[in-house]
Design a protein around this ligand. Structure first.
Ligand code: DHB
Ligand code: MG
Length: 223
């Protein structure tokens, strides 16, 4: 069995080559930790993956669910053209305030709009209001409604849109159908939904590295 320490070392190797953090990303993480919040942001290598996928679909409009401290927001916005837009939804007012501070510090205030509120409500308002489709979605909010978030994202997508969902393996606890952890139940429900969903072509990447063992859904909306 490979020593798990190698995963963190190799993650650092990859990040050093291909995903170095700029000052704005360091600043965002420092602010998250200084506020006493957990280091629950994605890793630099995952941030770079989001940029690769944004480039692959030539993203001009990105929707993120779950802003937290805007660490992933900064990575995603970095892949947008100058006139591109990112809307990010956050229910926690303190997280939204910290995120706004970090986005402004990154010089991305003109591209990023943080909407504070209940994601299910904000999404329904966007659907009812005929919002233009988004090219890329990053779902990283609370886990129990992940399936509802995904279904609503489909209503705001176009053929070729990419949908990414964080934290769908949860240290391997998704293998336990009897898990009473509502987060595990939430992502298991999404993963099962994807197995039968004809609207997307999807897979799940296991994520090992500097953070917890987890996984990400990568899906593309079918023509
Ligand atoms: C949790 C949520 C996240 O988005 C994450 O990246 C890690 C953990 C959580 O709620 O446990
Ligand atoms: Mg996450």
């Amino acid at each position: 069995m490979t020593d798990p320490a190698i995963f963190a070392q190799v993650d650092g190797y990859i990040a050093g080559l291909l995903a170095p953090e700029d000052e704005a990303l360091h600043y965002a993480t420092a602010g998250i930790l200084a506020a006493g919040y957990p280091d629950a942001s994605i890793s630099p290598v995952q941030g770079k993956l989001l940029q690769v996928l944004a480039a692959a679909c030539q993203a001009r409009r990105i929707l993120e669910l779950g802003t937290f401290g805007a660490y992933s927001t900064i990575w995603l916005a970095g892949a947008l053209p100058e006139d591109g837009r990112l809307i990010t939804l956050e229910c926690d007012a303190a997280f939204a305030a910290l995120a706004q501070h970090n986005v402004n510090h990154a010089g991305l205030g003109h591209k990023v709009e943080i909407r504070q509120g209940i994601a299910l409500h904000l999404l329904q308002t966007m659907i009812d209001g005929g919002e233009a489709p988004f090219d890329l979605f990053f779902i990283d909010a609370d886990k129990p409604p992940y399936t509802e978030y995904f279904r609503m994202a489909l209503q705001l997508a176009r053929p070729g849109s990419i949908i990414i969902c964080d934290n769908v393996i949860r240290n391997g606890n998704v293998l336990d159908p009897a898990s009473e952890d509502e987060k595990v139940q939430g992502v298991r429900r999404l993963n099962a939904f994807l197995a039968d969903c004809r609207e997307v072509t999807a897979t799940i990447l296991q994520v090992v590295g500097s953070k917890e063992y987890d996984g990400m859904v990568v899906a593309v909306v079918n023509p």
